[in-house]
Design a protein around this ligand. Structure first.
Ligand code: OAD
Length: 261
């Protein structure tokens, strides 16, 4: 199934010197994590149990007014990520980077799984849930999980202010430093751009694919469902991320033992 499309994409990948993977929750779905929308979506209900849209609960404004409520939902996301490990898709993306081929990852995922799989050039544009910081003083700490955070909302061990994870809440600005890195790498150019496991709702997530397409650069979408980008990409692989990346890896390396994730 989808053999011809996998063959065509693998052939482009074999020649590509700079590759961009734009990734979202669907890539980590194969690690057992819920997506935000669609099948197993965390946010499928219009309103969360607090009677407001989840986007409102997870917003920068709500964090100011009622940090306990925002923290309750952030803690759920962290709990969903807690015991997850990277899968074959994360692993293949990491392995594709090497001599003669530079691979960049622009991810919306806050689970840190690309880095754990070994990817070095990761722009985690929505942050990392494991990185806690105090907005008032300079305190920062990377944690393996939130199990030690017994007090909710948790407070800073140095100054007592309410701490938060280094993630972008709804309505907040993206990190300028990360945007600069993204702009610089886009300006250097890519010769192959993938969109994997994302509903591609945000303009800064669509843009690298749309701009690549306009510039005549090959674009690929890996998603069992269709998105707004599906009609414009050169290759649409209606498959799960792990299966698709395993299929590409097999074609590139001719190995019988692709990573299992
Ligand atoms: P979404 O939940 O919006 O979309 C997940 C996509 O993955 C859907 O298009 C699914 O069809 C697809 N999918 C599901 N299973 C898959 C699989 N096994 N392999 C490949 N694709 C699969 O997630 P994102 O697009 O990442 O933002 O959502 C973007 C942002 O929306 C999140 O980062 C978060 C959320 O609001 C913030 O919190 C700021």
């Amino acid at each position: 199934m989808h053999e011809a499309a996998l063959d065509a994409v693998a052939a482009r990948l074999a020649d590509a010197r700079r590759v961009l993977f734009v990734t979202g929750a669907g890539l980590s779905a194969d690690s057992g994590l819920p997506t935000y929308r669609g099948v197993s979506g965390l946010y499928n209900d219009e309103h969360c149990e607090d009677g407001i849209p989840i986007e409102a609960a997870l917003s920068g404004d709500m964090f100011q007014i009622n940090p306990g409520l925002t923290w309750k939902h952030i803690a759920r996301i962290e709990l969903a990520c807690r015991d997850a490990t990277f899968n074959a898709a994360h692993e293949v993306i990491a392995r594709l980077d090497g001599p003669g081929r530079e691979v960049w990852v622009l991810t919306q995922n806050v689970d840190g799984l690309h880095a754990r799989a070994g990817s070095k050039r990761v722009i985690d544009i929505h942050g990392d849930v494991s990185q806690l910081f105090c907005p008032v003083c300079a305190w920062r700490e990377r944690v393996s999980d939130f199990s030690h955070l017994t007090e909710m909302p948790p407070t800073c061990p140095q100054c007592g202010a309410i701490i938060r994870p280094d993630v972008v809440l709804f309505g907040e600005m993206l990190d300028m430093d990360k945007l600069e890195v993204l702009q610089a790498e886009l300006a250097r150019g890519f010769d192959l751009v993938f969109s994997v496991g994302t509903s591609s709702l945000f303009p800064y997530i669509q843009a690298p694919v749309l701009e690549a397409k306009q510039a005549g650069i090959t674009t690929v979408e890996i998603n069992p469902d269709t998105t707004g980008l599906s009609p414009i990409v050169d290759h649409q692989l209606p498959m799960g991320a792990a299966d698709a990346m395993r299929g590409l890896y097999q074609r590139l390396t001719s190995t019988d033992t692709p990573p299992n994730g």
